[in-house]
Design a protein around this ligand. Structure first.
Ligand SMILES: [Zn+2]
Length: 351
């Protein structure tokens, strides 16, 4: 953990876009999942959404992607110790699947430093040992393969764990449930859907027993169902004709302003995304707002870019009307289900 004082200094460097601080640390923004060097020119985030990391590898390990604008990976690291830790992280990422190559002894050989020195340097920069870092990466990898692999045993070997009994001990502790339960949980979802032809394209609506989990517009039924299967590879998915009337009501809302059916949402979201999506539902049919206006409406006037990102991650087309949000000079910007559809939807609502 960073002490409060140095977090404060880092935040000052971000606010002043201090070039001198480049290579000393990176900052990451929870709402956009992007990390930057301190001097990045992109719009400044709200303090409460910012997290600091000593080096790019640590931000990436926490799930952040490098900013395309400032390319934090290419900042010259100012401190040779941090540079060393960065190389060790990169090496560990690459070899996470092979536990014999990630021992302290193997690292010492690879990097030509005494094991003790490597261990201490790594710990002083990242706060954890190389072994703990490698374990965390392996667990990430394991979680991903559990969702995709044919069996738990397959996932265990693929993630580089030596033996099934050992992973049950360790992973059960780390996942908070057994690997089988973890995999079962994703697999157990039942999803019912309809793919309904409309003049905006094929409208897909999918529901779990907890609420609506996907709504989108596609060229045809096969591409609609393919998108659903891609999003929920482990779920049991069934066509349900009784949902056609629901699809009909959603289209009537766009076409003529009939009230939207009141549906519960079953979607994963951060608190910020949730706030943005709620705000979108308050934009009346026939009207538009800019990303900046939505940002102001939720009390975060500087968060227009994060609002755009939250619009882009909307999984419930039309129900959460992200098509009603446009650029500040009236340009349509993007739409996950096709910019032409956004144009048609707005024309129909405003016509
Ligand atoms: Zn940046």
């Amino acid at each position: 953990m960073l002490n409060p004082e140095s977090a404060e200094l880092r935040w000052q460097a971000v606010q002043t876009r201090d070039k001198e601080a480049d290579g000393e640390f990176v900052y990451a923004v929870r709402t956009t999942h992007i990390y930057c060097r301190p001097s990045c020119n992109s719009r400044q985030p709200n303090r409460e959404n910012v997290e600091f990391f000593a080096l790019p590898a640590a931000a990436e390990a926490a799930g952040y992607r490098a900013c395309k604008r400032c390319q934090p990976r290419s900042a010259k690291l100012t401190n040779p110790r941090i540079e060393l830790v960065q190389s060790v992280c990169d090496y560990l990422n690459e070899h996470a699947g092979n536990s014999s190559e990630t021992t302290l002894e193997a690292l010492a050989q690879q990097f030509h430093f005494a094991p003790q020195y490597l261990q201490e340097t790594f710990r002083s920069v990242l706060g954890i040992s190389p072994r703990q870092y490698a374990e965390a990466r392996r667990l990430d990898h394991f979680k991903n393969t559990l969702r995709a692999a044919g069996s738990v045993t397959e996932a265990i070997y693929e993630a580089g764990y030596g033996s099934p009994s050992r992973v049950y001990e360790k992973a059960t502790q780390q996942l908070g449930m057994t690997p089988a339960q973890y995999r079962q949980q994703a697999k157990g979802i039942q999803i019912n859907y309809t793919a309904h032809p409309t003049h905006y394209g094929t409208l897909l609506i999918a529901l779990t027993d907890r609420g609506v989990c996907a709504v989108g517009l596609y060229d045809d039924t096969p591409s609609a169902t393919a998108a659903l299967i891609h999003e929920y590879p482990q779920a049991s998915i069934a066509h349900d004709e009784t949902l056609a009337s629901l699809a009909q009501r959603v289209v009537e809302h766009i076409d003529s302003g009939a009230p939207l059916p009141d549906l519960r949402w079953d979607v994963q979201a951060t608190a910020f995304q949730w706030k943005v999506w709620q705000a979108l539902t308050r934009i009346p049919r026939g009207e538009t707002r800019t990303y900046g206006e939505v940002a102001s409406a939720i009390g975060e006037p500087t968060a227009a870019r994060a609002v755009a990102a939250a619009c882009g991650s909307n999984k419930l087309a039309l129900i959460i009307p992200c098509h009603r949000v446009i650029g500040s000079s009236g340009e349509l910007r993007g739409y996950k289900w096709g910019i032409e559809r956004k144009r048609e939807l707005l024309a129909s609502e405003q016509g």
